[in-house]
Design a protein around this ligand. Structure first.
Ligand code: FES
Length: 315
């Protein structure tokens, strides 16, 4: 569980399935749900394992929820908004009920549905239909085509992907040298500000305000030059495609960057420590959890077990 370590006085209300949750404006959906004791956000499609936020940094995809009728929104990357309708995915009601568990009881050695009821054909078709619907296909968005989209093309000398300490230190140097550049990060500004403070020896960083935040790069494509004989001289620039706007927003900006130099300062991902049931809700990565707590101005309450060592584990 989480509890506030600073009072803001403001409250934002969201509905998660049938439950009304009072969150704080600094919360993401993930911290609001964890704070309310709602750890499970979905079930995995095939084995119907319960799922909940793990990395809290947008990497693992275990925190997917449906928001205002839009499926597959990452709870850890989505700030709360008054009146949000949030639903768990691929679950029955009540959420903890899983009627498909009966399959494990009937087929104790596992079910090979490829060789089950293969004849007559009609029986096989019915069984396949039933089995597929039982495990869940997901649901389409309630409304389609309502999302506004804007396209922006941008040629520039340097593009930095990642606004952690390395990316922002480089951006500060480029600014000093008067070199035009852009720095993008898929985290929003409150998440970037929640990064741990660096020591006194650390280099100066570009301010978070300079970052094109909430902008995720989803593709880096080779430049158009193919190295063919007779091809015109000129820079062979990669196309970097990025999207700004967040998953639950109604407006999206699509950037097509053509940088002369491309710098990856993307950092590392939280690894999942191998142990039995490490995928169950309530098991979270320390680095992402610390950043989420800083962003939400919260601390952990109750007991928890820390596995591992190092800065994040000790934090
Ligand atoms: S992507 Fe949200 S917890 Fe990993």
């Amino acid at each position: 569980m989480l509890e506030p370590d600073r009072e803001t006085g403001e409250t934002v209300h969201i509905r998660f399935d049938e439950t009304l949750i009072a969150a704080r404006p600094e919360d993401t959906l993930a911290t609001a749900l964890i704070g309310a004791g709602e750890l499970m956000t979905s079930r995995s499609p095939k084995y119907r394992r319960p799922r909940g936020a793990y990395c809290l940094a947008g990497d693992c995809g275990t925190c997917l929820v449906r928001v205002d009728g839009r499926p597959n929104v990452r709870a850890c990357m989505t700030p709360v908004r008054e009146g949000m309708r949030v639903s768990s995915q691929n679950t029955y009601r009540p959420r903890r009920l899983d009627p498909t568990a009966i399959v494990d009881k009937v087929f104790v050695k596992g079910m090979d549905h490829h060789h089950l009821m293969v004849r007559p054909r009609i029986a096989n078709q019915i069984m396949q239909e039933f089995a597929r619907n039982l495990t869940g296909f997901g649901e389409l968005p309630e409304v389609v085509g309502e999302r506004g989209c804007e396209h922006i093309a941008h040629e520039l000398p340097v593009l930095i992907i990642g606004a952690g300490p390395a990316g922002r230190a480089l951006a500060a140097r480029l600014r000093e040298a008067g070199i035009d550049h852009a720095i993008v990060d898929r985290l929003d500004r409150p998440q970037l500000r929640a990064a741990p403070a660096l020591g006194a020896e650390a280099p100066a960083l570009a301010p978070v305000e300079d970052v094109l935040a909430d902008t995720g790069v989803f593709g880096v494509y080779p430049g158009p030059k193919l190295g063919l004989e007779g091809e015109e001289e000129g820079p062979d620039r990669a196309l970097v495609a990025a999207s700004e706007g967040g998953e639950s927003s109604n407006h999206e900006r699509l950037y097509a960057f053509r940088p002369r130099h491309l710098v990856f300062a993307t950092g590392c991902r939280e690894p999942m420590i191998p142990f039995a049931n490490n995928d169950l809700p309530g098991v979270v990565g320390a680095r992402g959890l610390l950043a989420a707590l800083r962003r939400a101005g919260s601390r952990l309450s109750g007991r928890c077990v820390v596995v591992g060592e190092g800065e994040a584990a000790e934090g």
